[in-house]
Design a binder for this molecule. Structure first.
Ligand code: SF4
Ligand code: SF4
Length: 137
């Protein structure tokens, strides 16, 4: 199995440094790959990243919710969305995302389509090569 980062990710980067096998890679270019991605072939399912995420965006693959109920105010980020998110990441660097949408309280969304991009990123996508163009955002 593997752990999966979902579209609740806003690139805060709080998770990356705790991964013992260094398999969490910031997507690049951001408009096409807005999340941090977990290499499913390398992840050892240790679970260390889960409590590090302030946005509760990380799940074991078989626990990714198909009916996530929004608290209200949190963001999802995904290719094709046009909303704007600004914040600061774990290292104090600014985060600007233009593929975001703020959720309404009680809105129910299916996060299971987010599983596939974690695989696609490493199979046919930029994969570990994205580290070469990582700008810290
Ligand atoms: S800590 Fe959460 S929001 Fe931040 S990069 Fe990791 S998965 Fe994304
Ligand atoms: S579950 Fe463990 S090995 Fe997998 S991405 Fe998270 S920290 Fe890394």
């Amino acid at each position: 199995m593997t752990h999966i980062i979902t579209s609740l990710c806003v690139r805060d980067r709080g998770c990356i440094d705790v991964c013992p096998v260094e398999c969490m890679i910031p997507g690049q270019p951001v408009a096409e790959w807005p999340w941090i991605y977990i290499d499913p072939d390398t992840c050892i399912d240790c679970g260390a990243c889960v409590p590090e995420c302030p946005f509760a965006a990380i799940f074991p693959e078989d626990e990714v919710p198909s009916a996530y109920t929004a608290k209200g105010g949190e963001y999802i980020t995904n290719v094709g969305l046009t909303g704007h998110f600004e914040g600061t990441n774990h290292h104090g660097h600014p985060i600007v995302l233009d593929v975001a949408r703020q959720l309404q309280a009680g809105e129910v969304i299916d996060l299971t389509p987010d599983i596939k991009p974690n695989y696609d990123f490493f199979k046919g996508g930029p994969g570990y090569g994205a580290k070469d163009s990582d700008d810290g955002m």
